[in-house]
Every structure is written in structure tokens, then in C-alpha cells.
Design a protein around this ligand. Structure first.
Ligand SMILES: *Cc1c(COP(=O)(O)O)cnc(C)c1O
Length: 219
């Protein structure tokens, strides 16, 4: 636990419009409780099994965000409580989330994950696929889904100039998408980008949600 870094980041965020998603993957329930007691309410996990194990052991007013790759057959386990899913990267996944949200009588906030990194291993949509998905959504509305923005993961590299360009690209794509598909929709406003090593750059480039783990949980 590094409450000093946590407090520092909270202070930095006061002067920006971004919020912190505390990434608690691989952290114990006790560690999350400590962060909760320091005031944090939004936590991000990247694995469904870990999330469903921890959630019942922690306070009810925590907003849980699923930030990692999500398989369709696991959606049902998180649909009853998850607050936001950052990693939607296909129409099929969106439909499944919709189905499970309807069953749970909920509307689930989702971000579309965009491929912004140089590496080919990362998940996410390219611009063409994003437009195809949104065209399809216009034809087939999913009322139990609320699309609230885009998410991206930069290349894992020390070259922060490259990372900055990738964040800048995501912000540009967000603006374009907003104009084309969500002009009258105030909910579409989130850009989830930035982690421990690059969150400052992400904020400078327009992030509204930084996903930070090691910097606040490591000693
Ligand atoms: C682990 C993880 C983070 C946080 O990474 P840190 O470098 O520990 O801050 C952010 N986003 C995703 C998708 C992750 O899996």
C-alpha cells in the first residue's frame, strides 16, 4: 500500500477532469479495504474470477470496473453488479452484455476498447471496426447498454513520445466518434487511458479515467 502516492495522485486529479480507477488485481481484500478507508470507491479488476471472489467480501458502495479482456461466457457472472466494462471489443460481446444486463434488470456502462498500441498482441478495435460496430448499433439498439466512451492501452515501452502519440490518437478518435454518433448524447464522455507509468501524459492528452495499480498499491 502506498497511501502517499495515492494522496498525491488524488491531489493531481483535483485540477483535472479525470478520475482514478484503482486497479486492485492481485491485491488482497485487506489491501482494498485500506484503500477504501482512504476514500477510494472505484476499483478495477482484469479477471472475472478474481472480481467475483472479492466483490462479496467488500463494501456494497464500491463501483467495480472490469478492465481486462472479457470472454462472452463469463459476462453472466459480473452482470448483476459490475459498474462499468472498459474492454468491449466486439458486437457479439456487446450483445451478450446486453442480454445479461436485461436479465439483471440493469443498464451497464461500457467503453469500446480501441487498439492504439504498436504491438499486435493487444486487444481492441481499429477505426473501421469501431464505425462498423456503431453503425450496427444504430440499426439494432441495445437499451440495456450505455456506451460512455472509449478505452485504450498504449504500447509497453519506455518511449514516452510514442505513448503520447497513441493517447493523442485515441483522443482524436473519441472526438470524431462523438461528433459522428453521439453529438446529442451527454453520457458519451469518457476516455479511459493512462496507467502507473504514463498517467500524467494521459491526463495532458485528455484522459478522463486513469487506471492505476502498482503506483498506489506497491510499497
Ligand atoms: C494492470 C492494468 C492496469 C494498471 O497497471 P499499473 O501499471 O499497475 O498501473 C491498467 N489497465 C489494465 C487493463 C490493466 O490490466
Amino acid at each position: 500500500m502506498n497511501l502517499q502516492n495515492y494522496t498525491q495522485i488524488c491531489k493531481e486529479l483535483q485540477n483535472s477532469s479525470a478520475q482514478l480507477v484503482a486497479v486492485s488485481k492481485m491485491r488482497s481484500v485487506q489491501q482494498i479495504k485500506t484503500m477504501y478507508e482512504a476514500g477510494q470507491r472505484v476499483f478495477g479488476e482484469n479477471r472475472v474470477q478474481e472480481l467475483t471472489e472479492k466483490q462479496p467480501q467488500l463494501p456494497n458502495d464500491i463501483q467495480w470496473h472490469l478492465i481486462g479482456h472479457l470472454q462472452r461466457n463469463k459476462v453472466k457472472y459480473i452482470a448483476p453488479f459490475v459498474s462499468m466494462i472498459h474492454s468491449v471489443d466486439s458486437w457479439g460481446l456487446l450483445e451478450e452484455i446486453h442480454k445479461r444486463a436485461e436479465k439483471a434488470e440493469r443498464v451497464i456502462d461500457c467503453l469500446l476498447q480501441i487498439h492504439i498500441a504498436q504491438e499486435s498482441s493487444k486487444f481492441g478495435l481499429n477505426e473501421l471496426e469501431l464505425n462498423e460496430l456503431l453503425d450496427k448499433l444504430a440499426q439494432n439498439p441495445l437499451p440495456h447498454i450505455r456506451l460512455v466512451g472509449l478505452m485504450g492501452m498504449a504500447t509497453f515501452t519506455d518511449n514516452l513520445d510514442e505513448v503520447r502519440l497513441e493517447f493523442r490518437y485515441l483522443k482524436k478518435l473519441f472526438d470524431k466518434t462523438k461528433q459522428k454518433y453521439f453529438e446529442d448524447n451527454d453520457s458519451f464522455k469518457e476516455i479511459s487511458m493512462g496507467m502507473s507509468g504514463d498517467y500524467k501524459i494521459a491526463i495532458e492528452e485528455g484522459s478522463t479515467m486513469i487506471r492505476v495499480g502498482s503506483l498506489i498499491f506497491n510499497q
